[in-house]
Ligand binder design. Sequence first.
Ligand SMILES: Cc1cc2nc3c(=O)[nH]c(=O)nc-3n(C[C@H](O)[C@H](O)[C@H](O)COP(=O)(O)O)c2cc1C
Length: 165
Amino acid sequence: MAKTLITYFSRTGNTRQIAEAIEAAVPGNKECRPLAEIESVEGYDLLFVGFPVQTHSIPHRVEQFLKTIPRGKNIALFSTHGSLTGGRLSREALEHAASLVSSARLLGTFSCRGKVSQEALEVLSRSPEHKAWSEMAGSARTHPDEHDSKEAAAFARWVLTLAAG
Ligand SMILES: Cc1cc2nc3c(=O)[nH]c(=O)nc-3n(C[C@H](O)[C@H](O)[C@H](O)COP(=O)(O)O)c2cc1C
């Protein structure tokens, strides 16, 4: 029976929340674990890999992990970000992640907003070049919300359909 791994890097829990929504939508043989616990992706037929956008890109640890994904492996990527949905930076982070798995079989990508920790917002609002960004990112404070989780579940079901095809 096909086996699915949902793995994620998450500092403040937003990406984990989306990972759990994906996990709930995947029937059957699956595991949902933080990236730090994954030693090998051998034996999994499909991988969902999630990360937060950090300083305009993807966390180093995730970058290193994506470089090890074997050729032809079924994979889907998801991310959370403080910026507005559809913004250039969050798109570029996912595009960068996709380029790292270009020899794998990328079945789809998903992203939604995630609240920025109060601590990070306070630090950013003190620096003139980040003040405007932190004000904009404040409107992510209710995310990920129920709608985001439902969209992530729909994404997961669609990826499963593609993986089976
Ligand atoms: C140190 C740090 C850097 C961040 N940099 C960005 C960024 O460049 N662009 C962005 O959209 N969000 C940025 N964010 C916001 C996170 O992407 C967002 O809060 C995300 O949902 C956090 O996910 P997590 O709870 O899984 O760690 C940053 C957050 C932190 C703490």
